[in-house]
Design a protein around this ligand. Sequence first.
Ligand SMILES: Nc1ncnc2c1ncn2[C@@H]1O[C@H](COP(=O)(O)OP(=O)(O)OP(=O)(O)O)[C@@H](O)[C@H]1O
Length: 454
Amino acid sequence: MKEAKILIVDDNKSILSALELLLSNNCKKVKCISNPNALLSDLKMDNYDVVLLDMNFKAGINTGNEGIYWLNQIMEYNSGISVVMITAYGDVELAVKAVRSGAVDFVLKPWENEKMLATIEMAWKLSHSRKEVKKLRLKEHELIAEINRKKNHLIGSSTQWKKVMDLVRKVAVTHANILITGENGTGKELIAREIHRLSNRCQNVMVTVDMGSIAESLFESELFGHKKGAFTDAHDDRMGKIETANKGTLFLDEIGNLSLPMQAKLLSVLQNRSLTRLGENTPIDINLRLVCATNCKLQQMVSQGTFREDLLYRMNTIQIELPPLRDRKSDIPELVDFFIKLYSEKYNKKGLKVSGTAIEKLQNYTWPGNVRELQHAIEKAVILSNNYKIGAEDFSFKADEFSKAEAFGGTLEDMEKQLIESAIEKQMGNLSAVSTQLGISRQTLYNKIKRYGL
Ligand SMILES: Nc1ncnc2c1ncn2[C@@H]1O[C@H](COP(=O)(O)OP(=O)(O)OP(=O)(O)O)[C@@H](O)[C@H]1O
């Protein structure tokens, strides 16, 4: 209460003096005014927490209406200020009217000092916590706006990708739960973010939960939250991810990893639109939009009994299937261009270009890791490039070598011979360079050349 700033408005000078005397030892600032016409200009001049307001100002009029009028003015100016009404003619009806209009309490003249101090302290605490809530709300809005300011760069103009984006735009504005399917790295999370950004829930947050990375033992408290003391490590009350996503979007990634008991709990949240924190009994209403993603064949899991059909039904009102990169190869040049710009800026190598043969090589590769693999390949090439141009030789693909070896069909010796031959060709007969490339000594290289008659 030592921090409290109090404004007292009463036309009775002796009441003002008595209150000032009582409160000035307990509060940071006490200002007294006898004319309510000065009230608003005084409020504008300082950050008052509590106004102690008389109900009757004009001699002979004691309906309390003038007090109610000024109370409304204060509430309109700043509803965070706590107003305590004070009157000598108090009755219950008047008190109820004042409290309905926003006053926090009502005291009768003559007052008991102890009671008056307790009332002012309660009013100050209330005003303090209202201000905190207001500040936190503003902060929350700022943070959400900041998150939403980050634009999602969704690159692609192939027919397959355009179809996906058309569907995304169509469903984003609806309430439908969405299931995004596709191989790893095809952009499922990116699409989920875009759905949230385009939805009418974008003023609230999208909360992402990676079902593949939460330990089973922590699952329930992570998702549902808990009350302090609900289990050994529950040192504080905690809001779960589902509750945090209330009014926004809950994105459950790798939904295929959800255990059967957790599937049942999630289903119950979706059915009842409410959840109960661990250690609590009261359900909390939840208004969610669910977006899930998986690279598993959920229908197959349903047949195997590892995924609940009723949950799948609830989740995939709309299903969006993302094509693998190998099925939309015409997007590769555009993606390469985007990632080259991104990383040449990041690594301070502006103006870096990619040769036509490199693009061709990238288009001929199968990209098992999809866009993520392409992104990493470009980042690596940018980091390692010494030139202003990245060539085909700057990209080497493990999967290619693997499939070549698999397709080879010969013996290990045949393969070794062919490897040495192609290294000699690549290094244009420079045997030191060949031995370095193959990771063997020059002597071993000579022996092998002799043995294979190269
Ligand atoms: N169309 C696209 N345009 C630009 N970047 C993309 C596109 N698709 C994917 N990416 C990028 O590829 C990376 C992988 O994308 P994302 O994480 O969304 O894939 P995912 O399908 O969710 O992967 P996983 O199944 O492994 O979780 C991210 O860095 C993302 O920004």
